[in-house]
Design a protein around this ligand. Sequence first.
Ligand code: NBY
Length: 837
Amino acid sequence: VEASIPEPQRDAWKKHSAQGFTTKEQFEDETVRHVETTLARSLFNCDELAAYSGASLAFRDRLVIEWNKTQQRQTFADQKRVYYLSLEFLMGRALDNAMLNVGLKDVARAGLKDLGFRIEDVISQEHDAALGNGGLGRLAACFLDSMATLNYPAWGYGLRYRYGIFKQEIVDGYQVEVPDYWLDFNPWEFPRHDITVDIQFYGHVSRHQDEDGKNVAVWEGGEIVDAVAYDVPIPGFQTPTTNNLRLWSSKASKGEFDFQKFNSGDYEASVGDQQRAETISAVLYPNDNLERGKELRLKQQYFWCAASLYDIVRRFKKSKKAWSAFPDMVAIQLNDTHPTLAIVELQRILVDLEGLDWVEAWGIVQNTFSYANHTVMPEALEKWSVPVMQNLLPRHLQIIYEVNSQFLQMVEKQFPKDRDMLRRVSIIEESQPKMVRMAYLATIGSHKVNGVAELHSDLIKSTIFKDFVEIYGPDKFTNVTNGITPRRWLHQANPRLSELIASKLGGYEFLTDLTKLNKLEHFLDDKDFKKEWQEIKYANKVRLAQHIVNTTGVRVNPKALFDIQVKRIHEYKRQQLNILGVIHRYLTIKAMSAEERKKLAPRVSIFGGKAAPGYWMAKTVIHLVCSVGEVVNNDKDVGDLLKVVYIEDYNVSKAEIITPASDISEHISTAGTEASGTSNMKFVLNGGLIIGTCDGANIEITREVGESNIFLFGNLAEDVEDLRHAHNYGSFKLDPDLAKVFDAIKDGAFGDANRFTALCSSITDHGDYYLVSDDFNSYIKTHALVDEAYKDQDAWLEKCITSVSRMGFFSSDRCIQEYAEMIWNVEPLVPEQRNGK
Ligand code: NBY
């Protein structure tokens, strides 16, 4: 308040207030001004990168103006806000998104043309913001887009990693990881050096009497690291609402940075302390669906939770409301268990620092938090070793033990004499060493827990949280099926399709109400419409084919059926099933007569995705795909009938090229393992069909688009356990077609067979945990149906258009509305409409 401009001067201030451009002329003014002044370049040395930078700064100015107003509006409105805590935000590029969301892409295109640039070239200069691994991180990014578009007062909180997910190079058919240093020039972030929070680690807890004679815990000693805020504006689509994503960066604390060492000439030790502090936010852990229990990761989690909580609590305290009103003003959503320490941190703040009584504090905590689960796979469930936590966060461990003790007392009253129940639900696993089960802590500390697709939400209730459903009743557990933002995944990635749809539906309303797509079904007999649809798909395939030849040297025929599987490489996602199926296809083609070959629909099998650096089996799968490609792509017998390509470094901006170019995409996880999947939604929304198992959101996609518009195969989730059990008790029979595929591999058809021994034997000798053999026959047969269906191009097209028209449910807008109403209890804050809007 002290810093605000006095009343008499405010008119002058308002008169000079920044406006931001709206016309092409103004855009050019601003872009050139930024290139010449902010960047100190000139027309003699303005390359595409400089043009990107100038244009971004021009758009950034526009965003900032609305961003400031939005923050003011939200402060004055004094209503509940959502805080979305996620260790990952897989944002991708920002410029294209900013242009489209403020509705000035055409202005920018014309302006850039005047200045001598093609907008596509300028856009592609931007380095992806890749602060995430896969689906979980991208979901957070889609949610930010929807929350802003729907005008929810919402903040994202995350970490500002210096290195995002590694870049993948394929060298001699193997993955090589290269660091992703992305901060060289990032116009989209604003350092807030004035917003710095001291974060404590290590030390010990002592007990003191306060003035009222109350016994209070005091966490003392240890070390302090500073958290510095970096803010990123998040524009909504066609709304002035521009929300904030706050990312924390770690820095040696001013107080701690060891001046003594520095002054006494021990520069190295002093710089060492500084580096140790900066290491906390240095790098994103590259594992998806695997938890490895590293201390630095726990440090990241606490650093980020503590800084975010401090910020949230500070904002609340400015309102001068009673603590009991905290849950009426604040909803905190946990994206998986990674931010679970925030629960403990809030309890610590309320009890130790604010002096609330334990029970009252815990009620506030539970009413504030909600937790979304993204996996049932045991190896992905977070657990932290008690000794590690004791050392790093001694007070938090005490609080966890107290929460656990009160919880177990409650359970004991409810289920007297059920000792095993207490052992099962305890937050502390009595192992060697003891472990803190974060999913249980998150569940106990939240008022709602949700899964991310119907099947998944049912599964968590019957498996990992079965006992908790007994304890709390079923209402605490709910489902919110994931969604994707149609702005990025249709309008931005597939502008021609978006335009065609708009021309039929009489405008772009479908981008903010995706259910409007259902009107497309009225045009199934419209020949011109269908022809144009097909031309767009073809153009998108040509574009991808161009990318493939540029990056891999492999020439693929855009008329062939494009069959795509792009996602993180994981045994449960079963890229191995796909490539083994491809080998089967290859062997089949080799055995065919020339006549038979003529009847076959040409295929391009496209793979992409990163393997976690320590995940050897996943790396072997990549190598097998590349090795099969080497052989198949150079086999004269095969020609265009089959090509196999690995697209290097799959990321958000590549996904924007790949997704619109599919005829069919693969979502073939072992039933019951993929919580939801979100790329399945992206592919169907872009007019591709899918082949998939009855898993995750595939089930709801089937319900919406109809069984005749999707290729489902394989065993059901309910049968998986029995099949695995049978494998382990000797009844495993290798599928005969799959046996032939293994024979070819073992014969060295794809190079040195030793490289693939572990992959093959995991299926043939070690229990086939992911049921590759059990599903193989059904998979192959279903691909034959795909071949057949593709021959009737008209019927295929009808399936595609029908499917797109029925995808309305899968917008992240619907999803966010469900969170807002069922879980967060927050209302949108609709800005006053301005002239013409
Ligand atoms: O979250 C994914 C699920 O596999 C997918 O089915 C779902 O659609 C998506 C959004 O709900 N989970 C995921 O991407 N998980 C991770 O990336 C991840 C990252 C790190 C860790 C665990 C999981 N970790 O423990 O470090």
